[in-house]
Design a protein around this ligand. Sequence first.
Ligand code: GAP
Length: 456
Amino acid sequence: MAEQAPGKVNMDKLVSLCKRRGYIFPSSEIYGGLGACYDYGPLGVELKNNVKACWWKAVVQERDDMVGLDASILMHPQTWVASGHVGGFADSLVDCKECRKRWRADDVKDGKCPDCGGELTEPRMFNLMFKTFVGAVEDEAGTVYLRPETAQGIFVNFQNVLNSTRRKLPFGIAQIGKAFRNEITTGNFIFRTREFEQMEIEYFVKPGSDEELFQYWVEERFDWYVSLGIKKENLRLHQHTEDELAHYAKECYDIEYLFPIGWSEMEGIANRTDFDLRQHTSYSGKDLSYYDEESKEHIIPYVIEPSAGVDRSVLAFLADAYDEEQDKDEVRVILRLHPALAPIKVAILPLSRNEKLLPLSKEIYTDLRRYWMVQYDNAQSIGRRYRRQDEIGTPLCVTIDFDSLEDNAVTIRERDSMRQIRVPVKELKSTLDAKLNGEPFEVLPPGGTKWLGFED
Ligand code: GAP
């Protein structure tokens, strides 16, 4: 009898796997944690780095029309006046006069505290930006903000990038970095946190070409998630209605993912028009125009902004990869992560702890770790070790057995199909390379092993 039937992904299963296997921990847990802050563990940091690296490769490395930037988190406070954040980046809040709990006004239904039913204060606006101070004196003059989005670091550097790279429109600037928001309604694990990371593009275009390039970026960004293994049926586009549109946007689409909490925004693509460059021109007094050689005119470019959350993408990749299947008497938990995202690419598993297997196993391990994140594991039974690697999403396992000492060949096991092939050690690296890059494992009879690189 199966102890537990295979089921669907839910948030509890994800949170528990992430904690158990070292993907994500609650922040400062030994002190009871800090609301809506999380720490990425040994596997989580690899996954997150891989998500960022894949994004950077797709939007900077492989394109002629994009460059990167890494602006500071603390910026001149006028930045946030010009952007509209000081004036308008706020939620309407109410406080319970009885239990003192604070609520977003639009989360309260009947004018009573949802927790204790107590009377509520009048709504008042609460700015979501975190304030801090530069210098020794904590006064108004030294007040700065932790950036609530990375975008403004790009706008204020528009002229610097233009002058130093001599780009022609259309071109874009990409940036990955931390952003901070003192969110009132948090929860849902890493979906909405107070400290998070964004991957943002500001793509500068000639006015008039904005609508076409907006559509282009919506498709481009949608396809990026699919190319990294997210199932198409779990993705959809949501077009902002008039009411939903931000004050600076002409048009906006959200790429939504079917998270365990339901359809929710993962990335927004907005046509921000020339709003930001005009605002910064007027607040800084600096010329942020672009000289168009064709029309011989100075123009203020329009901006298309694909703005993605690193943490939300990580959550979506984890949720989409999570799978359970019945395997004999047990439920096999598998993270079917795309190999480009998997924290560990290859696990080296000597069949047993027998000392005879050690030299060859270590030799292979030492060689392969020069290319990928590779894990060596010789504890417990081989079956349990396969399970562990399946659960953390390792695409390939290499097993060294006693025959390996005779024939100098090892077995490669694929995570998703559990198919195995046997290859000579000298061809191991190139075979792993091919498999990690999508070369399929051949269909074999049950329990069959394909021998590669051997004469019949
Ligand atoms: N520059 C535009 C901008 O910041 P946004 O919709 O507020 O737009 C963009 O944020 C993305 O940043 C969101 O789609 C989401 O992925 C991520 N994000 C925003 N707030 C977040 C939070 N509190 N926790 C985690 N991710 C968040």
